[in-house]
Design a protein around this ligand. Structure first.
Ligand code: AMP
Length: 119
């Protein structure tokens, strides 16, 4: 598996492409999805070069992994969706319809969501 340094999130991390940043920490960055599916739709990514969840789980440090999960919760709290609830989704690979090959969690909320998982 080889990480594509030119994927769009890598370019956002390098500052080559702008993003609507909502949160950042030592190892994570969160920004609004460019095509939001709900009132809150934020993407949370590690700063490191990890293609998908299993790549990140295998190669990421404990600090990076913990920071990513905490970033998701911090984003949900900052967006005001913690009480009513939200969804955290990680799409992986072809069957998972992953479009951008840099691991990312979608934090989606702000309205009643449909039942999940869906095929
Ligand atoms: P996925 O299918 O899980 O890989 O989702 C990729 C997500 O990235 C989609 O929801 C896109 O709308 C979003 N996206 C693509 N390019 C950008 C961008 N430049 N800024 C913010 N979100 C983006």
């Amino acid at each position: 598996m080889s990480y594509d340094d030119d994927n769009i999130f890598a370019r956002i991390l390098r500052g080559e492409i702008p993003c609507d940043k909502v949160y950042e920490s030592d190892h994570a960055l969160a920004f609004r999805d460019i095509a939001p599916k709900a009132p809150t739709h934020v993407l949370v990514i590690p700063r490191g070069p990890y293609e998908n969840l299993h790549d990140f789980a295998e190669r990421g440090s404990d600090a990076e992994l913990a920071d990513w999960v905490r970033a998701m919760a911090a984003v949900a709290r900052a967006e005001g969706v913690t009480e009513d609830g939200y969804r955290a989704t990680v799409n992986n690979g072809r069957h998972g319809n992953q479009e951008v090959p840099h691991v990312h969690a979608h934090i989606v909320g702000g309205r009643q969501l449909g039942g999940a998982p869906r095929g």
